[in-house]
Design a protein around this ligand. Structure first.
Ligand code: FES
Length: 605
């Protein structure tokens, strides 16, 4: 152990502990700006300057390791003066337009100014940056507000492994961005993790609120909203509720307060995705076994499966649009591994403009669909040309969880005192399997609950060891499901092991894709979510997001699942209704027309 003294408190810490960590354990606060635990520890801003006895210069507490006998003063006049000057220098190159800034009240620079007791800068001069890159439908880079903390660069390169953002030039001319390219030209997944860690408003989601306010004010439009599973586990944080508070009923009430005509649940479409993706997986497995000569055409016909797909395995989930864009850029030769299913909110949008419009006698041109999502990449996804029919987009606008919070504040909705309300039918009914879509491992667990039962006729226990193995925040998880006691028509699957892998965050996805490229992937099914932890910590979720907050949001979704009377997608009466009335069979022709899609090879630039 290492012994040191901080502001007169003697403490002991493990070797390798920084001064900042040692101080935090003693409940002594040291101001920081660029530091973000586990993400960015590069010592860029020097705001954490402290005095260390015997050292002529101030030391950065976030980088400097405690050593035996060290004596630290965090609040000496010299340290405080240095921080004030650093803050004033930072402010001299930052627009003082807080009243017009979307981060007003949620800005770490503002908070730091309050902590230091400094609100103005004595230094005035030329601003170093002014460019705004709004070329992308999902994310805006506003260089004028950037304080060069490099958190976004670290999360993009070290956590996600994408490498779209870097620092160009030096000194006064330093700038963060995708090099010489605009963001919509870059190999960026648009996952939005940079928007979560940005302490100011330099990187933020492209605004969706204006278009939604306009639609809500237009009496000729029927405006339909849906909300993703992860939103209900985090929206409360925008109103001061603890992380992990489930606000499903209040969220529905709040959406009605804003004036939406129908409030549907993306969970309905998550159940639908399980049906489509589950049968697609079974189709690929059957095609695989037919290729091996273990299944004949008569057996295939008896299974009632529609035209068999190519037997490309492992099949990989396609719910996460950031992941889809990543694989299109970096593994364009391997797009056939992706499930052809659209993501759940796109499925619900497509059904709204067809099934619902027919049921209610609406012209789809007069229906506006809005998705409230934990994700920034969904803003890009809705603009993909393949996500529309006859020029009518499946989904017209995407709001992040943060943007919905902002709209509710603008509308003066007293969120915490709202009564609980329920989603509209039929696209508001869902099972617990759909709730866990919002967390890493959830899609796989939901799919296994259905596929296992289709093949064996038995319910896979909710606490089966294979399922619990794929829960939790670990980046890489795997399990093997052995199919035993299968129904007679699936006899060729008797005793077959189905190895599966689950990862969240794009760095882990690259590991699994490299195995496929090398031809040695041991898996038949892979779940990838583009953001670490899954949608619960998507790029559009409330700030901050830490592992503890991820765990709480995740636990909330498992609670929601456990509390549902139905927990397997195929048992949902709404799912049975949509197939009986409109779609026909899972993975059938109407489904393929409306609910499935194709992908685009992009340049790895
Ligand atoms: S917080 Fe320590 S250098 Fe920025």
């Amino acid at each position: 152990m290492v012994h040191l003294e901080i502001n007169g408190h003697v403490t002991e810490v493990e070797p390798g502990t920084t001064i900042l960590q040692a101080a935090q354990r003693e409940h002594i606060e040291i101001p920081t700006m660029c530091y973000l635990e586990g993400v960015n520890q590069v010592g860029a801003c020097r705001m954490c300057a402290v005095e260390v006895e015997g050292r002529p210069r101030l030391m950065t507490a976030c980088e400097t390791e405690a050593t035996e006998g060290m004596v630290v003063r965090t609040n000496s006049a010299r340290a405080r003066h240095a921080r004030e000057v650093l803050f004033e220098l930072m402010m001299s190159d930052h627009p003082a337009d807080c009243l017009h800034c979307a981060r007003d009240g949620d800005c770490e620079l503002q908070d730091l100014g309050r902590t230091l007791g400094v609100s103005t800068s004595r230094f005035a001069g030329k601003m170093s940056r002014s460019q705004v890159d709004d070329s992308s439908r999902a994310i805006v880079l506003d260089a004028s507000k950037c304080i060069l903390c490099r958190r976004c660069v670290s999360v993009c390169n070290e956590v996600q492994g994408v490498g779209a953002l870097s620092v160009q030039n030096r000194g006064f001319h330093s700038q963060v961005g995708p090099g010489d390219l605009l963001l919509d030209q870059a190999a960026c997944a648009l996952c939005g993790q940079c928007t979560v860690v940005c302490p100011v408003d330099a990187i933020h989601e492209a605004d969706g609120t204006r278009a939604v306010w306009q639609a809500l004010a237009d009496p000729s439009k029927t405006v339909v909203v849906q909300a993703a599973p992860a939103v209900r586990a985090a929206l409360g944080e925008e109103f001061g509720l603890p992380a992990g508070t489930l606000v499903t009923g209040k969220m529905v009430s709040a959406l009605r307060e804003l004036g939406f005509d129908h409030v549907f649940d993306t969970n309905f479409a998550a159940d639908l995705t399980i049906m489509e993706e589950g049968y697609e997986l079974l189709g690929r497995l059957v095609a695989h076994f037919r290729g091996l000569g273990l299944v004949d055409d008569e057996q295939v016909a008896a299974l009632g499966l529609a035209d068999l797909p190519e037997p490309t395995l492992p099949m990989i989930t396609s719910c996460s649009p950031g992941w889809i864009k990543y694989v299109e850029h970096f593994y364009p030769e391997h797009l056939a591994h992706l499930s052809s299913c659209k993501s759940p909110h796109m499925m619900l949008g497509a059904l709204t403009k067809t099934w619902l419009a027919q049921r209610q006698g609406l012209d789809p041109h007069d229906v506006v669909t809005v998705s409230v999502m934990p994700c920034t990449a969904k803003k890009f996804e809705v603009g993909r040309p393949e996500m529309s029919r006859d020029g009518i987009p499946d989904v017209d606008a995407v709001l992040t969880t943060r943007e919905l919070g902002r709209m509710l504040h603008q509308a003066g909705v007293d969120f915490t005192h709202l009564p609980d309300d329920e989603f509209d039918n039929p696209m508001g009914v869902s099972t617990g399997a759909a709730d866990i879509f919002g967390t890493t491992g959830g899609v796989t667990e939901a799919a296994l609950r259905t596929v296992y039962e289709v093949v064996t006729g038995r319910v896979l226990p909710y606490d089966a060891i294979q399922l619990t193995a794929i829960r939790g925040l670990e980046r890489m998880k795997s399990a093997t499901i052995r199919l035993e006691g299968v129904l007679p028509q699936w006899s060729f699957l008797e005793g077959v092991d189905v190895p599966i892998a689950v990862t969240s965050g794009l760095k882990g996805a690259a590991v699994l894709m490299d195995q496929i490229v090398a031809g040695d992937s041991p898996y038949l099914f892979i779940e990838v979510m583009g953001c670490p932890g899954g949608c619960i910590s998507g790029g559009g979720q409330p700030r901050p997001t830490t592992d503890e907050i991820r765990r709480r949001r995740m636990a909330a979704l498992y609670r929601e699942d456990a509390g549902k009377p139905l927990r397997r997608s195929h048992t949902s009466p709404a799912i049975q209704q949509v197939y009986a009335e409109f779609l026909g069979s899972p993975d059938g022709h109407v489904s393929h027309e409306l609910l499935h899609t194709r992908y685009t090879a992009r340049r790895p630039v």
